[in-house]
Write a protein that binds this ligand. Structure first.
Ligand SMILES: Cc1cc2nc3c(=O)[nH]c(=O)nc-3n(C[C@H](O)[C@H](O)[C@H](O)COP(=O)(O)OP(=O)(O)OC[C@H]3O[C@@H](n4cnc5c(N)ncnc54)[C@H](O)[C@@H]3O)c2cc1C
Length: 405
């Protein structure tokens, strides 16, 4: 395998680097001296920066040109991300929209939906959120209980609760998975909807995390009305539509690990700065293990990229990258906490956010146990888990609380 840029990729990289060198002074400063403090100001600056990255062709690189993208392959998107990382400027604000929900609309949406929503999403004018998880439907996502009821005029009424909805507090729209038919088995009666987050009957409540931030929310839908044109991908096809989003989610997390700062050079830097730690064979051994795992993820990521570049859909093995990145980063967080000591967790430490976010990352985008089950069944060919609800209408299953769902 030739891992060097092709002449076309080298030209794309040079163009991205040139633009970033010229414009990085316009990027919002989010950490260190001179960092923006006011949340509204940070949000406005990040939206504007996303717009500039999109205009420069560095965001939504794989999106078709007619919706504002570059019509290029995933490798060019990775090159763009690498150059953004190299320039030490923030990436886009709406990674969930541009990385996962936009591609879902591109794959399953109507022409009207694509024209109406994609441009504003890519430029950060309208941020989106993913309204999938519920209190009793996370790993078992097909168990969602939020109901959508068809009205005589063709519109729908939504009632239910979502949870862990990242960015809902400032999103303009959400992509929501709801149950439209409870009399068929659970994967079959689902439909995907676009919901305006300022619609009457939508209530958003922030959830505060261990890091002190409140990046995700509970969202309640109390008889919220949406039109027939809010359905994405057809009534009853919600599971297939959701799988597209989840595939992009796994790829985004798996390929984006280094962009999230889980980078062995950075970890090595912290250890090298401590004279005792850098001479300690045990610390060096642990760092070596972490570095080799993260390197293995990088090379597995190239295989995923190759599949994407050839127009194939990455298989369940893409989940392996997510499991390995998170376990490597958790080991690195523990090691840094040992070396740096309690100061690593102080608010202004460069490590505090990373360390406190890691337990959450274990669940986001599929938990370790679920991804291991999938790898066992679909990659290694091990016997599947018993599925007692197979073929049974959703209305006959019992929910976690013991009542009929
Ligand atoms: C940082 C973060 C951001 C998120 N953002 C969003 C978002 O924007 N939108 C959204 O819709 N959701 C979001 N989520 C939710 C995320 O998708 C869920 O947390 C995830 O699907 C797991 O569901 P759960 O939390 O309900 O855990 P559960 O499914 O209740 O699992 C609890 C535990 O049981 C284990 N378990 C469950 N089933 C099995 C099984 N069959 N075999 C073995 N073990 C099992 C799990 O591995 C886990 O350890 C986010 C989560 C996090 C942490």
């Amino acid at each position: 395998m030739d891992l060097d840029d092709t002449p076309e990729q080298a030209a794309f990289r040079a163009q991205a680097r040139g633009w970033l060198e010229e414009h990085s002074s316009e990027a919002p400063v989010l950490t260190g001296p001179g960092a923006l403090q006011d949340e509204a100001e940070i949000l406005a600056a990040r939206r504007a920066w996303q717009g500039k990255l999109a205009e420069a062709g560095l965001a939504g690189v794989t999106w078709p040109k007619e919706y504002g993208g570059q019509g290029l392959g995933p490798i060019e998107q990775v090159l763009s991300n690498q150059e953004i990382g190299r320039a030490k400027v923030p990436g886009i604000l709406d990674a969930i929209g541009v990385g996962m929900l936009g591609p879902t609309i591109i794959a399953h949406g109507s022409e009207e939906q694509k024209t109406r929503y994609l441009g504003a999403m890519l430029h950060g004018d309208e941020v989106w959120c993913q309204l999938f998880s519920e209190p009793a439907a996370g790993s078992d996502l097909a168990a969602v209980q939020t109901r959508a009821r068809l009205q005589d005029d063709g519109s729908w009424r939504l009632t239910g609760q979502k949870v862990w909805t990242t960015n809902a507090q400032f999103a303009s729209y959400g992509l929501l998975l709801a149950r439209t038919d409870a009399d068929v088995p659970k994967h079959k009666g689902l439909t995907m909807f676009v919901v305006p987050m300022d619609a009457e009957g939508v209530t958003i409540r922030g959830l505060r995390q261990i890091s002190g931030e409140a990046e995700f929310n509970e969202v309640f839908f109390d008889d919220v009305s949406v039109g027939a044109d809010a359905v994405v991908g057809g009534v009853g096809n919600g599971w297939g539509t959701a799988l597209t989003t989840l595939m992009f989610e796994r790829v985004t997390i798996g390929l984006g690990g280094e962009g999230l700062g889980y980078n062995s050079t950075r970890f090595a830097g912290a250890i090298a700065a401590d004279p005792d730690a850098r001479r300690n064979p045990e610390v060096r051994h642990q760092l070596g293990e972490i570095a080799s795992e993260l390197l293995a993820v990088r090379f597995t990521g190239y295989r995923t990229l190759t599949a994407l570049q050839k127009g194939q859909i990455p298989g369940p093995e893409a989940g392996l990258a997510k499991v390995t990145i998170v376990s490597g980063a958790i080991k690195a967080g523990d090691l840094i906490a040992d070396v740096v000591g309690p100061d690593a967790l102080l608010e202004d430490s460069e490590w505090a956010y990373m360390i406190s976010f890691l337990p959450g990352l274990k669940s986001a985008g599929g938990t370790e146990e679920i991804l291991r089950n999938t790898i066992g069944e679909r990659v290694l060919g091990l016997p599947p888990e018993p599925r007692l609800d197979k073929g049974i209408p959703f209305s006959e299953l019992r929910s976690k609380e013991g009542a009929p769902a």
